[in-house]
Design a protein around this ligand. Structure first.
Ligand SMILES: [Zn+2]
Length: 637
């Protein structure tokens, strides 16, 4: 590689050098002011692992080490290397290779990309966080498939990114999509010269459309969230003004790049009515008789920054030709071990091409489009209309907050899964030590009870974590081909003692079929069904049977339990539903087992169903895909 200057030698444009890293995993790093988040996604964008550390504030070298440790930790957990893309709250100067325009001041003037490539010993890609947001939403978010996408962050600051045909646009000045520090277009007299901006100018879009700007403009000293929660006439006025300004600022963008989709992100993007009101307003300023641009909320929400960082290394085949992404090589490229290619049998998930958009049921507002009046007259709204709006606003705020809290909880549980299970493993070891020591009979009885309680606790925790992993979208499947007898024999071994203790018969009729699916998930489904059968069967027995059905293998778990009333058949798959357990007998678990079976089956593109007769028993059936050469039954039938 020619080394004409310290910068150009290590900064290579894609395409010119055929630079491409195809790895199974993409790690995205979102470098924020308070936390550094790492996310690993697979080739289909499915999230596998998410870790967060706090940002060593004001400490540049500490920040580099924190990122290195985070990547090393993630690769250790993944068991293999990954490509790394980094999103930062700033941009890299093409002229100097140094960070500029960052609001984390310790980064400014630093060659962050080169230093990161050096400490991570591999080529890395680095982009502005708004660019990452736009790339994420354009790649597999709410703007997936749209040829021209403008992504906007309306948060503490305001920024934008442009993605064209799936590629992040990065021009010769690396400022493509810089939007927040243009002046607010078509300003009214009251908006000139506008608030002073940290960039040194006045009246920048950011000074009108960021969260703090919305708060300041409202004038009551409330946070943006509290303004929305207040939901009074003043809130209505502030929101109407905000919408009108956003419409003008976006109309300007539409006039220049004519995007198919504009995606909003950042805290202000949670205001559901923007997606209805703003497109109705922007036509006044777009220089066209019709506007087909679609304004959408983000699909990945707060995760878009870190997902987009990961997508800076696009999927194989999606590699840009040139001029769209910049790769920085480490100084000593030889240190970077090539990651061997492996073949993944992962199936494509059902493609969520058109993600459902959040509800936006708010009615049209009067007083919109009053361009010359910064404060629309509130008495144009009747008191009844205002009351209606307030109620709807409160509902909307509560709903958004609940959804955000729910998502955060699920992500936390999934990420903390390892840490939460660890104490149980430790307790198990200590119990084994105690069991081997010389205890008096009373202590031994207590120990046995303690052991049972601990096992029950561990099982409940596992079920909760499994559910939360599903809810956080962090369960992915790794498909392999294996004989189904393997997992059925393992289950037979696992449950034989329990069957003997309870005086139940337990039989397995497996056939020699090869299935092609995720072994761990398939076994978990079967085990949950067997476990459930044991839970409800007091006499008689349990039978696992298999048979071929076209290109699938049907696995059925029969029990001689009490059976399920017809009207309860669907409910048993719901979270926390337990049949006939009004006293919430703890030995019956939380009622999550069947819900996990159903979610797993859906993830694997398979089915689960149940048939039952009261007083006779039930049969739960699942399917697994047969390996291709197994699809046709043998000629003998
Ligand atoms: Zn500015």
């Amino acid at each position: 590689m020619p080394r004409s200057s310290p910068h150009s030698s290590r900064r290579t444009r894609l395409g010119n050098h055929g630079q491409q890293v195809n790895k199974n995993w993409r790690i995205g790093i979102d470098l924020g002011g308070t936390k550094i988040e790492g996310l690993a996604i697979d080739a289909h964008g499915r999230e596998n692992l998410r870790l967060r550390v706090s940002t060593p504030a004001g400490d540049y070298h500490g920040t580099l080490s924190a990122i290195r440790s985070l990547v090393e930790d993630m690769e250790a957990r993944l068991g293999e290397g990954a490509s790394v893309g980094v999103g930062i709250p700033g941009a890299l100067s093409q002229a100097t290779g140094l960070v500029k325009n960052a609001n984390s001041t310790c980064l400014i003037g630093r060659p962050l990309d080169r230093d990161l490539a050096d400490v991570l010993k591999r080529p890395i890609r680095l982009a502005n966080d708004a660019d990452c947001f736009a790339l994420s939403e354009a790649t597999d978010g709410s703007a997936k498939g749209a040829p021209v996408v403008f992504g906007v962050i309306l948060g503490t600051g305001v920024g934008g990114g442009i993605v064209i045909n799936g590629r992040l646009l990065s021009g010769p000045n690396t400022i493509a999509g810089e939007w927040g520090h243009n002046p607010l277009p078509w300003p009214t007299d009251g908006e000139r010269p506008g608030p002073t901006c940290y960039c040194g100018r006045a009246g920048c879009i950011e000074t009108f459309l960021s969260g703090p700007a919305f708060s300041r403009d409202d004038g009551r000293g409330l946070s943006a969230r509290d303004i929305l929660a207040a939901g009074d006439a003043q809130t209505e006025v502030s929101l109407a003004r905000y919408e009108q300004r956003l419409a003008r600022a976006l109309a300007h963008v539409i006039n220049i790049i004519d995007p198919h989709v504009i995606v909003l992100g950042g805290g202000m993007s949670n205001i559901a009515r923007l997606y209805e009101t703003v497109p109705r307003l922007w036509g006044q300023w777009v220089f066209s008789d019709t506007v087909h641009t679609s304004l959408r909320p983000p699909k990945h929400g707060d995760s878009s920054g870190v997902r987009g960082a990961a997508w800076l290394w696009p999927a194989p085949g999606g590699e840009p030709e040139s001029g769209f992404a910049v790769t920085t090589e480490p100084s000593v490229a030889q240190d970077c071990d090539p990651i061997p290619e492996t073949i993944w049998l992962t199936r494509d998930p059902p493609d969520p091409d058109t993600p459902p958009l959040p509800e936006r049921p708010l009615p049209p507002l009067r007083g919109e489009g009053e361009a010359e009046s910064p404060r629309p007259e509130t008495d144009s709204l009747s008191q009844m209309e205002i009351n209606l709006l307030l109620t709807q606003r409160e509902l909307m705020v509560a709903k958004t907050e609940a959804a955000l809290a729910d998502a955060a909880k699920s992500r936390f549980l999934a990420a903390a899964s390892h840490d939460l299970r660890q104490p149980f493993q430790a307790m198990n070891l200590y119990l084994q030590v105690l069991e081997m020591s010389n205890l008096e009979p009373r202590a031994r009885t207590a120990l046995s009870l303690l052991h049972n309680s601990m096992m029950a606790g561990e099982e409940l925790l596992k079920a909760l974590l499994d559910i939360s992993a599903f809810e956080a979208g962090m369960v992915s499947s790794h498909v392999t081909v294996f004989p189904v007898t393997e997992i059925l024999h393992e289950l037979a071994d696992e449950y034989r003692n329990l069957a003997d203790e309870r005086g139940l018969s337990f039989r397995t009729h497996a056939i020699g079929a090869l299935v092609e699916t995720d072994r761990v998930l398939a076994k978990r489904m079967c085990r949950n069904l067997v476990h459930n059968a044991f839970r409800y069967t007091q006499k008689g027995g349990i039978l696992i049977g298999c048979r071929r059905r076209g290109n699938r293998l049907l696995i059925q778990v029969y029990d001689t339990g009490p059976g399920i009333p017809t009207d309860k058949l669907q409910m048993i798959f719901e979270d926390f539903y337990q049949l006939d357990n009004p006293s919430r007998d703890k030995t019956k678990g939380l009622g999550l087992g069947l819900s996990i079976v159903q979610r797993t089956a859906h993830l694997l593109g398979q089915n689960v169903w149940v048939a039952s007769r009261l007083g006779r028993g039930s049969v739960f059936s699942i399917t697994l895909p047969l390996a291709p050469q197994q699809e046709d039954p043998p000629p003998s039938g």
